[in-house]
Design a protein around this ligand. Structure first.
Ligand code: LIP
Length: 274
């Protein structure tokens, strides 16, 4: 099995690098074809669709038995179902809003789950030349160099990543603002990169100490979960306890202590499940 995970990893890495070049070439173009999805500010571009198609075509050619959960396939009606079968979970452009604005923080986020657990995670921001990779049990890497979380245990010393999201749901927006108000006086600072996967990558490499969000989907966080845990961090539900990957809720941190401390502070929001 391990040999084959290595093979899966090599194939997906080559495909991801190739697709990353496409995103990089297109990012500065001012004429992107943009459509809306769940809200007036939830976007999909032709690049999202093209990259997802290239990844799924390439992987299914190499591994015909494997299954897929892809952001754009699900939004065009495919089922979002995680089984025990080897399943690639793909966000072709995480941070689509950033991509649309040429703000250089978007990435490909791709993970392989086997028996419902992460085996491979890759997050690639081609604009900033940041390639985060992990395989279960083998550590986490940024451009081939081993990375570890900061290890911060105290909320009072933490740089926290949170997002504003693209939901126009009033309750969700007020929970986001409430958490901002609550956390601001208690932590070193709050940051938002506009991409769940890149926020998680920042926690994994020790540039930030924790990240939480309500309303994300499994494809936003699947790779980040493995990269954070392989870098020595913790990923839990934002109310504490085990993360539920289809619940659209996540909290990742540089230590279990910080994760639990942050979870206790948060006002909670429970989106409709995937
Ligand atoms: C985005 C997430 C981000 C969230 C946005 C959106 P997309 O994913 O990465 O954390 O705040 O609402 O879901 O749509 O760019 O792939």
């Amino acid at each position: 099995q391990q040999g084959s995970v290595d093979e899966f990893f090599n194939v997906v890495l080559q495909l991801t690098k190739k697709c990353g070049q496409l995103i990089k070439e297109r990012t500065s173009s001012r004429t992107k074809k943009v459509e809306t999805k769940s809200s007036a500010i939830d976007f999909v571009t032709e690049t999202d669709q093209e990259v997802e198609r290239l990844l799924i075509d390439g992987l299914s050619k190499a591994f015909p038995e494997h299954k897929f959960i892809g952001e754009e396939s699900v939004s065009s009606g495919a089922q979002c179902e995680l089984t025990d079968a080897p399943t690639w979970i793909i966000d072709p452009v995480d941070g689509t809003m950033n991509f649309v604005h040429s703000f250089p923080h978007s990435c490909i986020s791709i993970a392989l789950f086997v028996d419902k657990h992460p085996a491979i995670g890759i997050i690639y921001n081609p604009m900033m030349n940041q390639l985060f990779t992990a395989q279960k049990g083998k550590g986490a890497f940024l451009n081939g160099e081993k990375i570890t979380v900061s290890g911060t245990k105290r909320l009072a010393e933490a740089l926290i990543m949170m997002e504003f999201g693209t939901s126009r749901n009033a309750e969700q927006r007020s929970v986001i603002l409430e958490n901002q108000q609550k956390l601001m006086p208690q932590v070193h600072g709050l940051r938002a990169l506009g991409s769940a996967a890149l926020n998680m990558a920042m926690v994994a490499c020790g540039a930030a100490d924790a990240y939480f969000e309500f309303g994300i989907h499994i494809w936003d966080i699947a790779a980040g979960e493995l990269i954070i845990t392989e870098a020595g961090g913790a990923v839990i539900d934002p109310a504490g306890g085990q993360v539920d990957r289809l619940s659209r809720r996540v909290l990742g941190a540089s230590s279990q202590e910080l994760a639990e401390q942050l979870a206790k502070e948060l006002a909670q929001f429970y989106p409709e499940r995937d």
